[in-house]
Design a binder for this molecule. Structure first.
Ligand code: G6P
Length: 485
């Protein structure tokens, strides 16, 4: 058991997330090494973690990897071990083939397996035990995302002295869909172990409160749910509220201003044959992102002669994701067949209709792509927030470029007006918007981009974590509660 401060037992701030903010690898000599992985969450939390002596509990990303807690960049990292069987049932199964499609409007059909649920419970308990072990008396624990919805309740049972926050990074579905889940009651009770439950949009928070009303007999008033105490009298309060997440806007802005990135952006355009219009899509290869709808619309615009392959091109970055899950394998097939067909039909020597890249890239290359793109296409069928839309805006200090943004993203709630909003299910409507984006005059681009940048440069991810934590810190911890040992 490690101690962060002399005379102090445990950490004052503990973050619990499915993934640790590092990637492990085995060196040629056979030693286990790790590198930082530059996720959004760690950027947001690093400053507070360093200031508060924080610990981060998470999975290494590899099967059967067991490692002692260690220090990295002023944080304690605490790896949780998952067996291959648990990765299959808890991560690929229940998290990404049950909850993920259910919470994204059943775009793909969710699978309900009792063995997956058993693994989800067991792994959530392991994360809760690890967090309970790291947290100092009266500490604050912040649990993240749909993979760990049972942790707040489990943690409260182990450690009634803690302040517990939960943030749901993905949508929370309407109760009419959530109600399909055989374990809906356990999930709601799991989340209600927290003092504050954060969501991306007001609509997500409202969906959750409605689910509480329909599924339990707890009383709710606006965003506050009152839990009964042991005698059934009104007890502690839980607050369910929106805290829209953001990005490190300044970092992206600075990156995109750097001479290297500016140079690379020019190089990208010239490699593409200096077309008049570069369209860009950047997504994890996920069926929630509307990649097929976007590509279909683009293909039809070429077919209709409204776009010309010698004057426009689409760059689609699709980073590999959850490749062991069937729905993701099917999607890859469909996208690659569609891209092949469109390129075969409309491409010319030296002019590809679509440049499809099944890779992920470092943020420098992403910033250069954003700068090179005249039109950014974010056409998700459902998305908790969508940070790509925000990164594009942060990269465009030149106040050029057009953001086409799906109505079904959290970002659309926050950023309108400014983007061109689309309903990706309406292919004709989307084609008109894509064509209008390509034709938008620079003055109108500037007017919209200024508005977007004002919002994004001020509402960055540091502000997001501060606002969540300030609501959580305002919760009075139970005075006399002692940790159970
Ligand atoms: C979404 C989820 C995250 C998840 C990420 C990448 O953004 O909200 O919790 O980490 O996708 O997915 P992966 O399954 O690779 O962790």
């Amino acid at each position: 058991r490690c101690r962060s401060l002399p005379g102090k037992d445990g950490y004052d701030l503990v973050v619990v997330a499915n993934r640790l903010p590092v990637d492990f690898s085995v060196s040629p000599a056979g030693d286990l090494t790790w590198q930082r992985s530059p996720g959004g969450l760690v950027t947001a939390l690093e400053p507070v973690m360093q200031q508060e002596e924080g610990a981060w509990v998470g999975w290494s990303g590899a099967p059967d990897l067991t490692h002692e807690p260690f220090d990295a960049d002023g944080m304690r990292l605490v790896p949780v071990t998952l067996s291959p069987d648990e990765i299959e049932r808890y991560y690929e199964g229940f998290s990404n083939d049950t909850l993920w499609p259910l919470y994204h409007d059943v775009i793909a059909p969710p699978t309900y397996h009792r063995q997956w649920w058993d693994a989800y419970r067991r792994v959530n308990q392991r994360f809760a035990d690890a967090a309970a072990e790291q947290a100092a008396q009266g500490a604050t624990v912040w649990v993240h995302d749909y993979q760990l919805q049972l942790v707040p309740r489990m943690l409260r049972d182990l450690r009634p002295d803690l302040r517990i926050g939960f943030f749901d990074h993905i949508p929370f579905p309407p109760v009419e869909l959530f109600g399909q889940l055989p374990w809906r009651r356990q999930i709601v009770d799991g989340l209600l172990g927290a003092d504050v439950i954060g969501f991306q949009r007001n609509g997500d928070a409202a969906n959750f409160v409605r689910a509480v009303r329909r599924i339990t007999d707890y009383t709710t008033r606006g965003p506050v749910i009152t839990m009964p105490d042991a005698e059934g009298r009104p007890g502690r309060h839980v607050r369910a509220q929106a805290f829209p997440i953001s990005i490190d806007s300044r970092r992206f802005d600075e990156l995109a201003r750097s001479p290297e990135v500016q140079h690379r952006a020019k190089e990208i355009r010239s490699d593409l044959g200096d077309p008049e219009t570069v369209f860009l899509g950047v997504d994890r290869l996920d069926y929630t992102k509307g990649i097929r709808h976007r590509i279909k619309s683009y293909g039809e615009l070429l077919e209709d002669g409204r776009l010309d392959v010698t004057r426009a091109t689409l760059v689609q970055v699709a980073s590999p994701s959850r490749e062991n899950v069937g729905a993701y394998q099917d999607l890859r097939e469909h996208v690659e067949i569609l891209v092949g067909r469109i390129n075969g039909e409309f491409g010319e020597l030296g002019h590809s209709a679509i440049h499809y890249l099944h890779h992920s890239y470092p943020s420098e290359e992403m910033a250069a792509l954003y700068l090179a793109a005249d039109v950014m296409l974010v056409t998700a069928l459902r998305d908790g927030m969508n940070l790509v839309a925000k990164e594009y805006v942060a990269a465009r200090s030149d106040e050029r470029g057009v953001l086409v943004l799906s109505e079904f993203t959290g970002a659309a709630d926050e950023l309108s007006p400014g983007p061109l909003l689309v309903n990706p299910h309406d292919i004709d409507g989307m084609k008109d918007i894509i064509a209008a984006a390509a034709a938008m005059d620079p003055k109108e681009q500037r007017r919209r981009m200024r508005r977007l940048r004002r919002k994004i440069m001020s509402d960055d991810v540091a502000k997001w974590s501060e606002s969540f934590l300030s609501v959580l810190y305002a919760v009075q911890p139970p005075a006399a509660a002692e940790p159970r040992s």
